[in-house]
Design a protein around this ligand. Structure first.
Ligand code: DI6
Ligand code: FE
Length: 424
């Protein structure tokens, strides 16, 4: 498919954005809402933000964008996705409804390994085409930065294919993409009974080669009874450390493996899932400044009943992020807004916590806090204009898909509000 679309053809967003209501915390932790606000964008960068009454005279003659009283948040950040893969697994959904567990489906030859088969069979172009509508769904709701993992190739050539597609999505859509190499996601069938050999391949061949090609921003592992052991996870982290790559971890999703404490020892950016996280794991994450990434879509889809320890994380001051975990098995979620709602209803986050979870804390989970997750003067213009009366509506609706407008990387990438602009 040749996508006729290219981000470089989108209209620029330079000028003065006015008639805005800046959401609380849009300017950083603890920042107040600003009711009659303005944002000035110059060459794709935010150069001024504040109360419109205080707009410096020098900016007044610039092009004017009337935001019609929209509530403005920073661009959203989806910090944990497996967006690039072949095939689908709707059949497993039916199996689970009939009573099979996620582990049983995996052991019966379904699960991650069935997506590996379909991903290996797909060409790079086919993977790209399949990912485009998923990416568009997320972007239409204001996502301005997204993490995309490999982990369905499980060989050098096929992991490379996935990561190259992730990079291409970033370029075509003009969206910040952070890639995570998840070679240690599952044991490929060709290595059955030889997980040590496979981990050696991940550490000594795949990771260095893919890193040298500039395809790896971070390294992730599925540390779980149906994934890899703590000792294997440590080997992967050592290899990442030797290459200077940051780590993150799928930790304590189905059981408490002690993964979070290990990850914290390696200064992990984030530990994700963490339904079974222990008090010890929380203390370690707090010390290392590791973000807790909550994935209510997987919790919901798997009909899990073991809640992550939200109150203890809150008490310890561990930053909590919220993400889709989009993948074809445990979380076919394509709405970060729905994840906000679920984080509140299922996990009992407050609305401000959930919003920080898809902005500031999600950016931190990707090491992007200097440029994303809040409206930074001097940073790339990434912000969303929401046609709502109050920011709490972003958590309230179920499947509403509000007609928002999105400024992404300095361009008006989505214009659901049909905004009018004029030269001053
Ligand atoms: N945890 C997840 O939620 C996904 N991977 C993982 O390690 C699920 C991946 C899948 O089922 O395809
Ligand atoms: Fe995941």
């Amino acid at each position: 498919m040749t996508l006729s679309f290219s981000a470089s053809s989108l209209p620029g967003a330079d000028g003065v954005w006015r008639h805005l209501h800046l959401a609380p915390e849009a300017l950083g932790a603890g920042a107040d809402a600003v009711p009659h606000a303005a944002i000035v964008v110059d060459q794709g960068v935010v150069v001024w933000v504040g109360a419109h009454a205080e707009l410096p005279a020098v900016y007044r003659p610039r092009k004017q964008h009337d935001a019609k009283g929209a509530v403005v948040t920073p661009g959203l950040v989806d910090c944990h996705t497996h967006l690039v893969y072949g095939g689908l697994r709707a059949n497993e959904f039916a199996m689970r409804l009939a009573g099979a567990s996620y582990e049983e489906v995996a052991r019966a030859g379904g699960g991650i390994v069935s997506t590996v088969k379909a991903t290996r069979q797909a060409s790079e172009d086919e993977l790209f085409e399949a990912a485009v509508p998923r990416m568009m769904a997320l972007l239409s709701e204001g996502v301005c930065a997204i993490e995309i993992k490999s982990g369905y190739g499980l060989s050098l050539a096929h992991e490379r294919k996935q990561l190259r597609v992730a990079r291409r999505l970033g370029e075509i859509f003009g969206v910040t993409v952070r890639t995570s190499f998840l070679g240690a996601h599952a044991l490929p069938p060709d290595y059955a009974g030889r997980s040590g050999d496979y981990i050696d391949l991940v550490c000594h061949e795949m990771m260095p080669a893919l890193a040298a090609e500039g395809l790896v921003d971070a390294v992730d592992v599925f540390c779980e009874s149906i994934g890899f052991t703590l000792a294997e996870t440590q080997k992967v982290f050592e290899a990442a450390k030797a290459l200077g790559l940051p780590v993150k971890l799928h930790a304590e999703q189905l059981s408490d493996m002690g993964g979070a404490a290990l990850a914290a020892r390696y200064g992990a950016l984030s530990c994700d899932h963490i339904e079974h996280l222990s008090a010890q794991g929380i203390a370690a994450m707090r010390q290392s400044g590791t973000v807790a990434v909550l994935l209510p879509g997987a919790y919901f889809t798997l009909r899990d009943t073991h809640l992550p320890p939200i109150a203890a994380l809150r008490e310890a001051g561990v930053p909590m992020a919220v993400s889709t975990d989009h993948n074809p098995g445990s979380s076919p979620a394509l709405s970060l807004l729905l994840m906000i709602n679920m984080a509140c209803t299922l996990f009992r986050l407050t609305v401000p916590e959930a919003l920080a979870g898809v902005t500031r804390h999600a950016a931190q989970a990707l090491g992007l806090q200097a440029t994303h997750g809040q409206i930074h003067v001097g940073g790339p213009a990434n912000f969303v204009l929401w046609p709502v009366g109050d920011v709490s509506e972003l958590a309230y609706w179920l499947g509403q898909r509000p007609a928002c407008s999105v400024v992404r990387q300095g361009r008006l990438a989505v214009d659901g509000m049909a905004l009018s602009s004029q030269v001053a």
